[in-house]
Design a protein around this ligand. Structure first.
Ligand SMILES: [Zn+2]
Length: 115
């Protein structure tokens, strides 16, 4: 069984290896979906949604929201952000397993990373 929680953060970035307007500094309201897999425990939960929010805010959102992402991830494409998010969160949910990270750079464009 899978559970997911969605987050948003506003960040600036630029793509130094890209030829086009995205090589200049600009911003996005990123959407992120983190998905865990597991079996419900004696409380009927795979992982508490409240604790899931706290963990992800501490390890990911607080480090990206209203920051220039290039200072953390040198070439912050949505793909590279998804890998970085995975590295921060993998193994942080006890018996529940991180199985998917989705990053929306715009409403229509997103990346799915499965580790
Ligand atoms: Zn961009």
């Amino acid at each position: 069984m899978l559970i997911s929680r969605d987050f948003k953060f506003d960040s600036a970035h630029y793509l130094p290896k890209y030829k086009g307007k995205c090589e200049r500094l600009h911003g996005h309201t990123y959407k992120m979906r983190v998905t865990l897999e597991g079996e419900p425990d004696h409380e009927g939960m795979i992982f508490d949604f409240v604790e899931m929010k706290e963990v992800i805010n501490e390890l990911v959102v607080s480090k990206l929201d209203h920051y220039e992402i290039n200072q953390i991830i040198p070439n912050p494409s949505a793909e590279n952000i998804a890998v970085w998010v995975w590295e921060q969160l993998s193994g942080k949910f006890r018996d529940a397993k991180l199985v998917k990270v989705k990053i929306w750079e715009t409403a229509d464009c997103y990346v799915t990373y499965k580790g």
